[in-house]
Design a protein around this ligand. Structure first.
Ligand code: PMP
Length: 364
C-alpha cells in the first residue's frame, strides 16, 4: 500500500502485506462467527481449527516427522534458554555449546543455572564473524546435547549446514529464531528446534518448539509447569490460555509460505535478495564492509559498516527519509544492519541497494 515503509528491523519485523490484509479483513468478524479471533474461547471449535491448521501447515512446510511434537508457547526464545536444559538435563548433565554470536552466548549463560554447560568453541575473539570447521570441534561424548544458534541475528552469522552431534545420544539443539522457515531444514537431524515467531512467521508472543517426542517427560522437578514440554504436548499447547491471536497470525503466514510454493521457493527468493545486498557491499570498493566470513553470511540479517564511520548516522537518517526504516545496527555492535526476512520484498532490497550506490556517489 501507499503508506507502507520498508521495515528492515531485526524483530518484531516486517510481515507479508497480504497476510496483514487478510487479518484485517477477518479482524472484526472471523468467518461469520460474529467475533474476532482475540475474543474466542481457546477451547472452542473455531480456535481449535485455527491452531490445528497452523500446526499441520507448519508440519507440511518443514516436513516435520510424526515423532516430533510441535508446541506453541510463550515467553520468547529467551524462556527456552532455561526450558531446554530443564527438560533435557539433570543438574549434573554436561552440554556442549558452539557460540557464534551473542544469542548463543545468552543461551549458554542461562543454561548454567540448570546444567553443566561448556563452550567448546567461541567466535568471540574474532568478534563473531565465523563458524568453526566441524571436524575441529572437540565434543564431549557425555554431553546431553550440542547447542547452536542457527542464525545469529546481531552478528549476521548463519550455519549453512550443521555439525553432526558426537554426544552419545546424538542430539543437536538449535535456536532458529531468526531464520525459521527461511529455507528447508531436515528436522530429523535435530533433537529440538526453537524459534520466537517475531522475525519470519508472526508477531511476538508466540514461541515455537519442535521437539522429538522421546526427549520429553523427564523434566527436572523444579521445572515450572509452564516450561514443562510434557504438559504442553499432552494438552496440544492448550494447557493454559495460549497467545491465540499470535498463533492465528502465524497460521496465516504458514498458509502464505505454502502458497508461495513452500520453503524451496522461499529460499530461492531469500538467496536472490541476499546476493544482491552482499554484492552491493562487496563491490563498493570498501565504502561498505561486511565483517562476516563470506561462506557463513546470513541471508536474514546483513550487518555492515561504512569506511567513514562518521557517515553512518547520516546514512540511517537519509534512508529513513526514503521510507527504509530500522537500519541501525544493534546497540552492542553499531554500524548498519539490514534484516531482510522472508516478508521483505525484492523491491525493498533493490531500493536499499540503489540508495547505497547513490549515497556512495555523493559521499565517496
Ligand atoms: N535468539 C535469537 C537468535 C534472537 O534473534 C532472539 C531475539 N532477537 C532471541 C533468541 C530472543 O528472543 P525473544 O526476544 O523472543 O526472547
Amino acid at each position: 500500500g501507499q503508506d507502507r515503509v520498508f521495515n528492515f528491523a531485526a524483530g518484531p519485523a516486517i510481515l507479508p502485506e497480504n497476510v496483514l490484509l487478510k487479518a484485517q479483513s477477518e479482524l472484526y468478524n472471523w468467518r461469520g462467527t460474529g467475533m474476532s479471533v482475540m475474543e474466542m474461547s481457546h477451547r472452542g471449535k473455531d480456535f481449535l481449527s485455527i491452531i490445528q491448521k497452523a500446526e499441520s501447515d507448519l508440519r507440511a512446510l518443514l516436513n516435520i516427522p510424526s515423532d516430533y511434537d510441535v508446541l506453541f508457547l510463550q515467553g520468547g526464545a529467551t524462556t527456552q534458554f532455561a526450558a531446554i536444559p530443564l527438560n533435557l538435563c539433570t543438574p549434573n548433565d554436561a552440554v556442549d555449546f558452539v557460540v557464534t554470536g551473542s544469542w548463543g552466548d545468552k543461551a549458554f549463560k542461562e543454561s548454567v543455572k540448570y546444567c553443566k554447560p561448556n563452550v567448546i568453541w567461541s567466535g568471540k575473539p574474532e568478534k563473531y564473524t565465523k563458524i568453526p570447521s566441524f571436524d575441529d570441534l572437540e565434543q564431549n561424548p557425555d554431553a546431553k546435547y550440542l547447542h547452536i544458534c542457527a542464525n545469529e541475528t546481531i552478528h549476521g552469522v548463519e550455519f549453512k549446514d550443521y555439525p553432526i552431534p558426537r554426544n552419545r545420544a546424538g542430539l543437536l539443539v538449535a535456536d532458529m529464531s531468526s531464520n525459521f522457515c527461511s529455507k528447508p531444514v531436515d528436522v530429523s537431524k535435530f533433537g529440538l528446534i526453537y524459534a520466537g515467531a517475531q522475525k519470519n512467521v508472526g508477531p511476538s508472543g508466540v514461541t515455537i518448539v519442535i521437539v522429538r517426542k522421546d526427549l520429553i517427560g523427564n523434566a527436572q522437578e523444579i521445572t515450572p509447569v509452564m516450561l514443562d514440554y510434557k504438559i504442553h504436548a499432552d494438552n496440544n499447547s492448550l494447557y493454559n490460555t495460549p497467545p491465540c491471536f499470535g498463533i492465528y497470525m502465524c497460521g496465516l503466514v504458514f498458509e502464505d509460505l505454502l502458497a508461495q510454493g513452500g520453503l524451496v521457493e522461499v529460499e530461492k527468493k531469500n538467496s536472490k535478495k541476499g546476493k544482491m545486498l552482499y554484492d552491493a557491499i562487496d563491490e563498493s570498493k570498501g565504502f561498505y564492509r561486511c565483517p562476516v566470513e563470506k561462506s557463513v553470511r546470513s541471508l536474514m540479517n546483513v550487518p555492515f559498516t561504512l569506511e567513514k564511520s562518521e557517515l553512518e548516522g547520516e546514512f540511517i537518517k537519509e534512508a529513513a527519509k526514503e521510507k527504509m526504516l530500522q537500519l541501525k545496527g544493534h546497540r552492542s555492535v553499531g554500524g548498519v544492519r539490514a534484516s531482510i526476512y522472508n516478508a521483505m520484498p525484492l523491491a525493498g532490497v533493490e531500493k536499499l541497494v540503489a540508495f547505497m550506490k547513490d549515497f556512495q556517489a555523493r559521499h565517496g
